[in-house]
Design a protein around this ligand. Structure first.
Ligand SMILES: *[C@@H]1O[C@H](CO)[C@@H](O)[C@H](O)[C@H]1NC(C)=O
Ligand SMILES: *[C@@H]1O[C@H](CO)[C@@H](O)[C@H](O)[C@H]1NC(C)=O
Ligand SMILES: *[C@@H]1O[C@H](CO)[C@@H](O)[C@H](O)[C@H]1NC(C)=O
Ligand SMILES: *[C@@H]1O[C@H](CO)[C@@H](O)[C@H](O)[C@H]1NC(C)=O
Ligand SMILES: *[C@@H]1O[C@H](CO)[C@@H](O)[C@H](O)[C@H]1NC(C)=O
Ligand SMILES: *[C@@H]1O[C@H](CO)[C@@H](O)[C@H](O)[C@H]1NC(C)=O
Ligand SMILES: *[C@@H]1O[C@H](CO)[C@@H](O)[C@H](O)[C@H]1NC(C)=O
Ligand SMILES: *[C@@H]1O[C@H](CO)[C@@H](O)[C@H](O)[C@H]1NC(C)=O
Ligand SMILES: *[C@@H]1O[C@H](CO)[C@@H](O)[C@H](O)[C@H]1NC(C)=O
Ligand SMILES: *[C@@H]1O[C@H](CO)[C@@H](O)[C@H](O)[C@H]1NC(C)=O
Ligand SMILES: *[C@@H]1O[C@H](CO)[C@@H](O)[C@H](O)[C@H]1NC(C)=O
Ligand SMILES: *[C@@H]1O[C@H](CO)[C@@H](O)[C@H](O)[C@H]1NC(C)=O
Length: 724
């Protein structure tokens, strides 16, 4: 009977293939794969995949228990380099192929299409390239497909919709373009659609959720999608996460998303959404992350949203929101960890109840119109890491007591890394208790605050300080010698004050100091010879003081980009030996000095705060020098580097890299591929480099003027922190 059936089967097409493959075929397929591996750091396959032992015992290989054929191959995370051989298509019983996290490159061999039993295909985090093939349609039983973090290009093939059992589709971080084929929205088994970090475009059809009853996650961030967010999203009733950030979506946020009761995450940041924040969002009781930042939404925050008790992250930053924060709003947010309301038009007090959100560690309320005192209760937030209240109308707490008492209260926040209260009319005195702030403090900004009297000695306790920025105040007296304890300092900015005594000797022993800015004070004295030892210096602003001697050793500072000694009382011939300086970028030793301190270069991109060169931009320098300087700052490469010559300049190097890959030429201290928000930072630097390239065009007539440059830089301002 069995023989008859077999004979019968053998007259059917396909039988030949079925009978002619066996475990030896599987073995030769795997050996073909092994032969294509050019790098096997732990020699796993080289040693283990030995013909002396049965295939089914090979590492990463699973055989079926009955007829002993290879049904699963899992060689993930072995550091392998190589290409995929066509023979892989001969593993005809393969159900699961997991090769993720290696360094496979090249295109997918079309023979893979023969793997028609495949349910799991994971090739994520490799270097595969080429088009996504149309033959994907032959994987009709596929349930899991991940090609994340590869270099696939071109369109998404509509034949994907042949995978009628597909649950997980992950194509994130490739270079796909074009529209999402509408057939995909008919794969009713889909649970996850993850297409972020590509160049996909077009709008989302209104019917997209008509046939996706199981969809839990849809990720489209960092693409070029446009049009409105469809209100029919509400029909994907299982949705837990919507990630649409960094696209070009327009129109209102649909109020229907308030029906998606299982939603935990809404990322709509960095689009062009308008209108008001829908009140209906407050129905989403499972919501943990709400990021509507950097759109153009208006109106006030519906107060009910402050009752979303599971919320951990709330960002409405960078919109046109207004109104007050009612005094008790934070009672309803016991789990809040990150709050971003910066760059809006909020008014009124910062509620004392903020401390009831006791898990807060990021509070960014800068660039609003908040008034009233800085709540002392902030000091109860023991987990606080970053407090940024820059550019509001806040005053110190107790007007009968001119010391900034909230600073004493912050002593409890042992993890505080960044404190910024700049550009608020605090009009007070920095208290001694500044020395009680956490030693984890890295950046302290209190410029433009009307601070008066002396800088307290105990500031020297802040031993991990990297940036100290107290410029544009009314500080008097001397700089305490205790600053010599701040050995990690990269930038000290005290310009525009009334300091009369600053011993520059204090700075002679710093190893990382890049910026000393003391212009516009009343400092009398000479510039010490030992300043020439501070070879890390790039910006030295001493203008408009009463320095009377500049030593020759200044010219040892070969990496100096800006030296400003204008309007000082220097007598006698200056020891000018500019030829010694490799980069005489913006030396200004007299004449009319016009220094502007725009929003800082670093905060423009919210780059690592430890990168201290905080936007000391001399408008006096022309656009060309400024452009070169920007390229230098970001590449850490001097135009005089020996790699540059007749055929390659710093500019052409940057220009070429912009066309191919910018990231490798960026200073690794500034940007590393392992950074959070790497792509966003890269994008930001790329925008800055475009400005720099415009500044440095060959023909002076084509160059941007410096005002336009500064405006362009301000426009590049991106808020990274709360983004996906
Ligand atoms: C290959 O690895 C498997 C699993 O670790 C092991 O059982 C087997 O003995 C190894 N074979 C050889 C030849 O090293
Ligand atoms: C492959 O092996 C890794 C490491 O053991 C495991 O985490 C992963 O789940 C396996 N892949 C499949 C598809 O089973
Ligand atoms: C396996 O695949 C290769 C290339 O696709 C083919 O040439 C070869 O005949 C196949 N081998 C077997 C034993 O089926
Ligand atoms: C899609 O599936 C159909 C059968 O359902 C098949 O005829 C067609 O060839 C498949 N398309 C691709 C591209 O494999
Ligand atoms: C994209 O994938 C590449 C390769 O795996 C990786 O190096 C890079 O960090 C990823 N980019 C993003 C933004 O995740
Ligand atoms: C892969 O890409 C994702 C997002 O695109 C990123 O978060 C992740 O770090 C990348 N993984 C690797 C190993 O590059
Ligand atoms: C999706 O399915 C619906 C209903 O079955 C059908 O009317 C529509 O034509 C399908 N769309 C595509 C693009 O296949
Ligand atoms: C928030 O919740 C509290 C306690 O459940 C309730 O008293 C209050 O009315 C709610 N506020 C709003 C605006 O829904
Ligand atoms: C808010 O915090 C204050 C001070 O910690 C506490 O006294 C008060 O009971 C809290 N209120 C609520 C409603 O949690
Ligand atoms: C600072 O802390 C010390 C002890 O750590 C304490 O004695 C002192 O009172 C504190 N100073 C202020 C002004 O809070
Ligand atoms: C610093 O500079 C002074 C004067 O130029 C010189 O005498 C001294 O040796 C230098 N010290 C160090 C540690 O380099
Ligand atoms: C560069 O200059 C061109 C023409 O002068 C202008 O259109 C473009 O916007 C500028 N780009 C940047 C990034 O400033």
């Amino acid at each position: 009977m069995g023989t008859i059936l077999l004979l019968f089967l053998c007259f059917l097409p396909g039988c030949l293939a079925l009978t002619s493959t066996n475990i030896d075929t599987d073995q030769s397929s795997l050996l073909a794969l092994r032969a294509q591996i050019s790098f096997d750091p732990q020699e796993i396959l080289a040693k283990n995949w030995s013909v002396a032992s049965p295939v089914c015992d090979w590492i990463g290989v699973t055989c079926s228990s009955g007829h002993r054929r290879v049904i699963a191959l899992n060689i993930s995370n072995m550091g392998l380099s190589g290409t995929l051989p066509p023979q892989l298509g001969n593993l005809s019983f393969l159900v699961s192929l997991d090769m993720r996290r290696n360094n496979f490159h090249g295109e997918l061999p079309p023979e893979l299409a023969q793997l028609n039993r495949l349910k799991v295909l994971n090739l994520g985090v490799n270097n595969l390239n080429g088009l996504l093939p149309n033959w994907f349609g032959s994987f009709q039983g596929l349930e899991f497909l991940s090609l994340r973090n590869n270099s696939f290009t071109g369109l998404m093939p509509p034949s994907i919709s042949n995978m009628s059992r597909l649950a997980i589709l992950i194509l994130v971080n490739n270079s796909l373009e074009g529209k999402i084929p509408e057939e995909i929205f008919n794969i009713s088994s889909l649970e996850m659609i993850s297409l972020g970090v590509n160049s996909l475009s077009g709008s989302l059809p209104d019917y997209m959720c008509f046939h996706l009853p199981r969809l839990r996650f849809i990720g489209l961030s960092m693409n070029k999608f446009s049009g409105q967010i469809p209100s029919s999203l509400a029909q994907c009733s299982e949705l837990q996460a919507l990630s649409f950030s960094f696209n070009k979506f327009t129109g209102n946020t649909p109020k229907e998303i308030g029906n998606l009761k299982k939603l935990e995450v809404i990322y709509f940041a960095m689009n062009s959404l308008t209108g008001e924040i829908p009140r209906e969002i407050s129905n989403l009781h499972n919501l943990e992350k709400l990021n509507l930042g950097w759109n153009t939404m208006s109106g006030s925050i519906p107060v009910e949203i402050f009752n979303l008790s599971r919320l951990k992250l709330m960002s409405h930053a960078g919109n046109k929101l207004s109104g007050i924060l009612p005094s008790t709003v934070f009672y309803g947010l016991p789990n809040l960890e990150e709050l971003y309301l910066n760059d809006n038009n909020f008014v009124g007090d910062i509620p004392e109840s903020i401390s009831n959100s006791s898990r807060l560690y990021f509070i960014i309320l800068s660039d609003n119109k908040f008034t009233g005192p800085i709540p002392i209760s902030i000091g109860n937030l023991r987990l606080l890491q970053v407090l940024d209240l820059t550019s509001n109308n806040l005053v110190f707490c107790d007007s009968s007591y001119p010391e900034l008492s909230f600073i004493s209260s912050l002593a409890n926040s042992k993890n505080l890394r960044k404190l910024s209260v700049s550009n608020n009319p605090l009009n007070g005195i920095l208290p001694d208790s500044v020395g009680n702030l956490s030693t984890s403090l890295q950046t302290m900004y209190a410029y433009g605050c009307g601070l008066r009297d002396c800088i307290p000695d105990r500031i020297g306790n802040l031993s991990n300080l990297i940036i100290l920025s107290l410029y544009n105040n009314q500080l008097t007296g001397s700089l305490p010698i205790t600053v010599t304890g701040l050995l990690k300092l990269q930038a000290i900015m005290l310009h525009i004050n009334k300091l009369s005594q600053v011993s520059l000797e204090y700075f002679c022993y710093f190893n990382n100091l890049g910026v000393i800015s003391l212009s516009f004070n009343q400092i009398v004295g000479s510039i010490p010879e030992c300043i020439g030892n501070v070879t890390s210096l790039r910006y030295l602003y001493l203008a408009s003081n009463k320095f009377n001697f500049a030593p020759k050793t200044l010219w040892n500072l070969k990496d100096l980009l800006v030296l400003d000694l204008s309007s000082d009382s220097l007598t006698g011939p200056l020891p000018l030996d500019v030829a010694n300086l490799k980069i005489a970028t913006a030396i200004d030793i007299g004449g009319h000095c016009n220094i502007a301190y725009p929003k800082t270069l670093a905060t423009l991109c919210y780059l690592a705060p430890e990168y201290g060169f905080q936007g000391l931009v001399s408008v006096k320098c022309d656009a060309y020098r400024f452009g070169i300087m920007m390229m230098e700052v970001f590449t850490r490469m001097s135009p005089s580097n020996e790699m540059f010559g007749e055929n390659l300049s710093l500019r052409s190097w940057v220009l070429d890299s912009m066309a191919s890959a910018l990231a490798p030429i960026i200073d690794a201290n500034l940007l590393s591929t392992t950074d959070d928000h790497f792509l966003v930072k890269l994008d930001c630097i790329s925008s800055i480099m475009k400005v720099a390239l415009n500044c440095t065009r060959e023909s002076p007539g084509e160059r941007s003027n410096i005002q336009d440059v500064l405006e362009a830089l301000v426009k590049i301002k991106l808020q990274l922190l709360p983004l996906v």
